[in-house]
Structures are given as structure tokens and as C-alpha cells.
Ligand binder design. Structure first.
Ligand SMILES: Nc1ncnc2c1ncn2[C@@H]1O[C@H](COP(=O)(O)OP(=O)(O)OP(=O)(O)O)[C@@H](O)[C@H]1O
Ligand SMILES: [Mg+2]
Length: 233
């Protein structure tokens, strides 16, 4: 973290997709600083590059130009091993369509990020405390009665709460949420937003993409993507 409390810094980010002969410039020079404890809401028309930006911020994708740094370290020049650590430990992702594994039950889905970062022996050592944390998170999100359910046996709101528990399992410094309410009715979506707002009040740094004008209206910091750059919202 630097002096201003900035933990995430995106500088001059450019990203294009090539489709045959056509090059589609999606991001044309994005500059963004996120301070520890902030809730940053990203808005913009469909196709404006919100998901692309979020994926780049979380090292799920690489920019063509520009740099993303986290706590002063350039994430794009890291080794695969360091990047895996960053994706698994430093950031947590919540997606519009949950991306839960249907073969695993709720508890197993939430445990997955912790298991994924461990050897068998390492998992053996920490499994008790991991299960305790997973159970606590599920309880916090009102899902203690659903731990043995498979994702397809849950409502949309419940699935998204499982996805949030999974994202928070490794206590990420940064939570990235891509339209976490986009697939939910407004009441259920409000429940998810309340959870996110509470997490932010408890200190969680969050960057969240949304289509929802009402959410954007309530947020303290909103950035808008227009024509590949950030316009004041
Ligand atoms: N892998 C890809 N290959 C080619 N084009 C892509 C790819 N991913 C995204 N695009 C294009 O880049 C543009 C930005 O996509 P992106 O998913 O970031 O938009 P978005 O702002 O998240 O939109 P939405 O609000 O609909 O989710 C779109 O026009 C899309 O078609
Ligand atoms: Mg999107």
C-alpha cells in the first residue's frame, strides 16, 4: 500500500479483441486507483468493457498495454506461480452467473479456494480451521441450513451468497464483483447488495460492476466506462 492508501492501481490500460480482420478496441487507456476500504462501482453500457476491465484488474486477463499493480507490485510481470497466488489469495471474484460447481455441495464449493492452494498434506493440516471458517461464512450469509445442498438445489440469491462465501474464504484484500445482482429479482438483489455494503463497512475493499442505476445512485464512488475510457459518472 502506498501513502494514499492506494492498493490497486491500473495505469493506461488498453485492450483490443481481434475478430478476423476487425480489431475491436475495448479499453483505450484506463487509469484507476482504488484505496483500501473503498467501494468502487463501475457502470457503462453493455459491451463497454466493464467485465474486460474487471478481469484485467483480477489478473484473469492481460492488458495489451498498461500496467496493473497491487500493493506497489506489477501483477503483469509476475510468474505464473505468483499470479496463481494473487488470483487465489489476494482477490476474490463474484460473477453474475455464480460459477459454482454442480458436482460439489455448498460447503465443498466454499472450501474449494482453500483446497486449491494446498498440497494434500497442507490441506490435512488446515482442513479443520477451513471448515470452521466456511461454516461461519455460510452462517453469516444465512445458509447454515444449506451446506449439503448442491448448487442446482438452491435459489439464485442463495447461489450468489454461496459464491460470495467462496470469494471471501481466503480473506481476499480485494473483492471483484461482476454484476452480482444481474441475474436476480430486485428484492433478492437488494439482499446481496446489503451483504456487500456490510462487508464494505467492515473494511472490505470492493470493485463492483453493475447495470443497475439505483445501485450506482447510492454509491459514493462511481466510474463510468464510455468509449473505452473512464468518464466521470
Ligand atoms: N474474448 C473475446 N473475444 C472477442 N471479443 C470480446 C471478447 N470478450 C469481450 N469481447 C467484446 O468486447 C466488448 C466488451 O465486452 P465486455 O464483456 O467487457 O462488456 P461489458 O461492459 O461487461 O458488457 P455487459 O454489460 O453486457 O456485461 C464487447 O463488445 C464484446 O463483444
Ligand atoms: Mg459484463
Amino acid at each position: 500500500m502506498n501513502d494514499n492508501g492506494v492498493i490497486l492501481k491500473a495505469k493506461d490500460i488498453e485492450k483490443s479483441y481481434r475478430m478476423g480482420q476487425i480489431q475491436l478496441k475495448v479499453l483505450k487507456g484506463i487509469n484507476l486507483n482504488v484505496r483500501k476500504g473503498e467501494l468502487v462501482v463501475v457502470v457503462g453500457a453493455s459491451g463497454s468493457g466493464k467485465s474486460t476491465l474487471l478481469h484485467i484488474l483480477g489478473a484473469l486477463d492481460k492488458p495489451d498495454k498498461g500496467r496493473v499493480s497491487f500493493n506497489g507490485k506489477d501483477i503483469n510481470s509476475q510468474s505464473n506461480r505468483q499470479l496463481n497466488h494473487f488470483r487465489n489469495k489476494t482477490v476474490g471474484f463474484v460473477f453474475q452467473f455464480y460459477h459454482l460447481l454442480d458436482e460439489l455441495n455448498v460447503l465443498e464449493n466454499v472450501l474449494l479456494p482453500t483446497m486449491a492452494g494446498k498440497s494434500i498434506a497442507g490441506w490435512f493440516v488446515c482442513r479443520k480451521s477451513a471448515k470452521k471458517r466456511a461454516a461461519e461464512l455460510l452462517d453469516k450469509f444465512g445458509l447454515s441450513g444449506r451446506t449439503k445442498h448442491k448448487p442446482y438445489q438452491l435459489s439464485g440469491g442463495e447461489r450468489q451468497r454461496v459464491a460470495m462465501a467462496r470469494a471471501l474464504m481466503n480473506e481476499p484484500e480485494l473483492l471483484l464483483a461482476d454484476e452480482p445482482t444481474g441475474n436476480l429479482d430486485s428484492e433478492t438483489g437488494n439482499g446481496i447488495l446489503n451483504v456487500l455494503e456490510q462487508l464494505n463497512r467492515d473494511g472490505q475493499t470492493i470493485v463492483m460492476v453493475t447495470h443497475d442505476e439505483r445501485i450506482a445512485g447510492k454509491a459514493r464512488r462511481v466510474i463510468k466506462l464510455v468509449d473505452g475510457v473512464i468518464k466521470p459518472a
